[in-house]
Design a protein around this ligand. Sequence first.
Ligand code: FRU
Length: 473
Amino acid sequence: MYNEQYRPQLHFSPKENWMNDPNGLVYYKGEYHLFYQYHPYSMVWGPMHWGHAVSKDLLHWEELPIALYPDELGQIFSGSAVVDAQNTSGLKTSDEDVMVAIFTHHGEDNEKQSIAYSNDCGRTWVKYEGNPVIPNPGQKDFRDPKVFWHEESGKWVMSLASGDCIRFYGSPNLIDWELLSAFGSEYGAHGGVWECPDLIQLSVEGEDQKKWVLIVSINPGGPNGGSVVQYFVGEFDGLEFVCDDSADVVKWADFGRDFYAAVTWSNLPEPTWIGWMSNWQYANQVPSEPFRSAMSIPRKLGLSRINGEFTLLQTPIDLSSLYKEVVVSNETIALKSSETYRVKLDHRQLFAQANVMDSTASEFLISFRGEQERLEIVFDRKRKEVRIDRKESGQVSFSEHFASMDRMPLAEFSDFTLILDKTSIELFVNQGSNVMTELFFPLASEFTLEFRALDGELVLENVELRHLESTWK
Ligand code: FRU
């Protein structure tokens, strides 16, 4: 089990069949719940259910029975879940706190918001008999409710994607909702429809202040094509979100092709999110079997002021409990111009981290090479960008959109963290302020990792290369 050719060994994927967005992320009594858009009868997108998995550490997941099935109101599209500890909803019937899921019913007629509740730690769910709780107001795209308790105004607040903007609703009890405001028609990127919002508050690193961050997925319209997550930084007073930046500023959370629909866990003090590791441009065609799609590594979120700009920081959760063999630990690797450092990898789960010092090199290359293929990351100081080239990374022809060279603007780099799994690479640069997530489907079974400097020298310090054990056990 869980050892097929393209089965991620560090990332959650369903045992079988189709998965997309993470849904209903909520923490309760030592368990992280991960619900997800799921089509249990096929490996392509179809009538949506909420699949369900739980974890005690965000690394090892146990798949549970399907939580929500489609019904006469429609399919169960994306949404969120909260712990209603004060029983504001009146839906509590046991000693456990009641968990309430807020989701979109996608009917043939339209999209509307509904709720369901669980009194047994998320194991079984009952749909509320008064559904929908927010009927459709005559808007075609009207979905993906994300709810949190807004302490200052003493109410639940919902962010909802509504065509080209995010609407905010407020409620005392998760059942009766009133429209508060809307944001975004004039702001940010609009290359596609807005989806899967999340509104969170983050402390600014090294400052005594907090800011509100509005997360919005958009599909298509990504800087490298297809699905992507953007974010806005500003203030929220319980009524309205006001963006700090001017309307034309666009902030991308991840420049890679494969990080979408990311949202945060509810009821967790440390803001942590996870994204769907694919792209609508080719998600239905990727060559994995008997399942399609995995989630990203869960990432802790922070906010930092970098060159005057509030910037999202993403740090992968601690993987040290998975450390297996040490390939290299706390080493310094000095590369002369055109010199290549090579190390053979025993298997594909790898954690790599280094600080980059004294670099005069115009390019720094990290490659994963199989016999006839390679995935290459290029830090290019002349062009001030990082590129990931997956054009010759193995199977690429299943979709015309897949074989790509993807770019992220970046002037200088001081450190990087890499997480490599069977079919993915996640790259975090400069303390996680610049991130790229990309899939690839290698054919080779043996791999070499290479570091190479071009047109100058470069020193890597505190280099850690660790193989990681599988999380499926
Ligand atoms: C985002 C999305 C959501 C929708 C769901 C349907 O990937 O399109 O907007 O709720 O997927 O599966």
